[in-house]
Design a protein around this ligand. Sequence first.
Ligand code: ADP
Length: 273
Amino acid sequence: DSDYDIGFKELEEKFQEMNQKNAEIDMMKEMETYRKEYIGNVSHELKTPLFSIQGYIETLRDGGVEDLSIRDKYLQRIDSSVERLLNIVKDLDMINRFESGQIALKYSTFDINQLIQEVFDLLDLEADRHTMTMQLQTTQPQLFVYADKHKISQVLINLVSNAVKYANREEAQIIVSTKEGTQSIHISIEDNGMGIKPENLPRIFERFYRVESSRSRKEGGSGLGLAIVKHIMEAHKQPISVESVYLSGTKFKFKLDKSSADRLRKVKPITLP
Ligand code: ADP
C-alpha cells in the first residue's frame, strides 16, 4: 500500500489532468499578453487627440490668441479631435460587441447597387480634396442581396474611404463592381493607389495594425476599420480577400447571398386556369 499502488489508469488520468492545467495556464498567459497589448494600443490611440485638445485649450486660456480667426481655427481643431476620439470609441465599442457575441445581424433584402451609390454620395465630399473618380461597374442595374444593410454599408464605407485615404495619384480611380453569380452577388472594391507590400498584407485586418501610422493618423485612421470589416463579413459567414500590388493598387473582394426573392423572380410565372 504505497505510491506504487497507483494503477496505470490513474497515472494516465493524473497526467492528463496536469496537461490540461498547463494548457489552461498557457491560455491565461496568452490572454494576459493580449489584454496588455490591447490596453496599450487603446491608450496610445486616445492619447494623441487628447494631448492636442489639451494643447489648444492651454493656448486659448493663456489669452495669447487675440485674433478671432485664429481662435476659431483652434476651436475647430478641438472639435475635430473630439470627433476623432468619438469615432475611436465607437469603433472600439463595435469590435467589443462583435467579440463578445452581442451583435445579431438584421437581415433584409436590398439592392446592393443602390447602397453603393449612397456610399459614393456620402464620401463624395471627402473625395473632393483629391482629384478622384468613383465608379460603379455592374452587370445589371439592380442586384438584390440578403444581408444586414446597415452593416454592409459600414463595410463599403470603410473600404471605399480607405481607397480614398490611400490614393496616391493625380488621377485616382476607385471602381466598385458587382456581378451576379449563381448563389451570390460578387462585390469588389478596387483602387489604383499606393498599394500594400506583400509582407504587410497578411496583417492589415488586425486591429490597430497600420502600415504607415503617421499617414493613417493624418487621414483620421485608427487602424480599426478593416478589423470591423472582417468581423462584419465573418458574421455574414462570408470570407473577404485582398490582393495588392505595391505602388499600383489594391482590390478587396467578397460575396453576399442573393436574395431569394431575386432567385424566385427568375422562375417563369405560372398562370392558373
Ligand atoms: P486605418 O484607420 O489606418 O485606415 P484600417 O484598418 O482601415 O485602418 O487599415 C489598416 C491599414 O491597411 C491602413 O493603415 C493602411 O496601411 C492599409 N490599407 C487599408 N486599405 C488600403 C488601401 N486601399 N490601399 C493601401 N493601403 C491600405
